[in-house]
Structure formats: structure tokens, C-alpha cells
Design a protein around this ligand. Structure first.
Ligand code: FES
Length: 139
């Protein structure tokens, strides 16, 4: 078990409806993770629809209604607590999850397979420190 990283307050996720952060996975790839309220706690899902990789939160928070995350592209609904979708184009799929732990008022990242980078979504600067970055070759 690695070092746990404090992400935000449980109350913040509940107040804002969702909360986005960026990680690097063990293959060096960037991934956005979406925290969503689930009953009294919080769950963490990869911020991509299982159908065509549409981001749920594109920078202004995810659309969530009655405990379900709404895909903005084709409208499939994913259960916030289980990640499962039983409808539309993404039917019979489940979102990949990331391990987070609620301890008191705070949410911690406790998934050894990913490294926390920053709050919010992937931005251009993220590519600069990546091991596979080729974005600054001179021409
Ligand atoms: S991309 Fe989400 S349902 Fe099609």
C-alpha cells in the first residue's frame, strides 16, 4: 500500500456534484478520474464513457441526475455507486474504477496503480514531463 493522497473533502464532492482530477497510470498514460457522490460516501470512475470514450466531465462538472451519471454524447446513464450501465449504447458495461478511501471528512486516493498529478482535467503541460513525450522535438 502506497502513500495515500488527500484529494478533497467529501462535502465538496456532494456540494459540487462531481470532482475531477488527473492521474498517470502505470503505463505512463494520463487519465482523468471523476469523483461522484454515492450515498454518504464517494466513488471514483474513469472519466470516459465505455461506448465511445466520451468524457462525462468536459471541464464544467459531470451531468448527474437521480444518482446516475449521464453521458453527454448518446445519453447512456451510469449508476454513480456501481458504475454499471443498463441502457442505451453503453448498455451492459461498467466503468473502470479507481480506489479511493473516505476517512472522516476527506477523500484519499489509495490506488497503487496510479499517480496523482493534479486537480482538474488533463492539460497541455501534463505531456511535458511524460516519459514518452515527443511534443518538444525541434523541426
Ligand atoms: S459515447 Fe457514451 S453512450 Fe455513446
Amino acid at each position: 500500500m502506497g502513500i495515500r493522497m488527500r484529494l478533497t473533502a467529501v462535502e465538496t464532492v456532494h456540494d459540487e456534484g462531481s470532482w475531477l482530477f488527473t492521474v498517470r497510470d502505470r503505463h505512463g498514460e494520463l487519465e482523468e478520474i471523476l469523483l461522484v457522490p454515492c450515498e454518504d460516501g464517494v466513488e471514483a470512475w474513469v472519466n470516459r464513457c465505455t461506448h465511445e470514450s466520451q468524457r462525462f466531465d468536459t471541464g464544467n462538472g459531470a451531468a448527474i441526475r437521480e444518482g446516475r451519471i449521464i453521458c453527454p454524447k448518446h445519453g447512456s446513464l451510469f449508476d454513480s455507486c456501481t458504475g454499471y450501465c443498463d441502457n442505451g449504447d453503453a448498455a451492459e458495461t461498467t466503468l473502470p474504477s479507481i480506489d479511493v478511501t473516505v476517512d472522516g471528512e476527506a477523500v484519499y486516493l489509495t490506488d497503487d496503480d496510479v499517480t496523482y498529478l493534479h486537480d482538474g482535467g488533463i492539460d497541455e503541460d501534463d505531456e511535458d514531463d511524460g516519459p514518452a513525450s515527443t511534443s518538444h522535438l525541434s523541426f
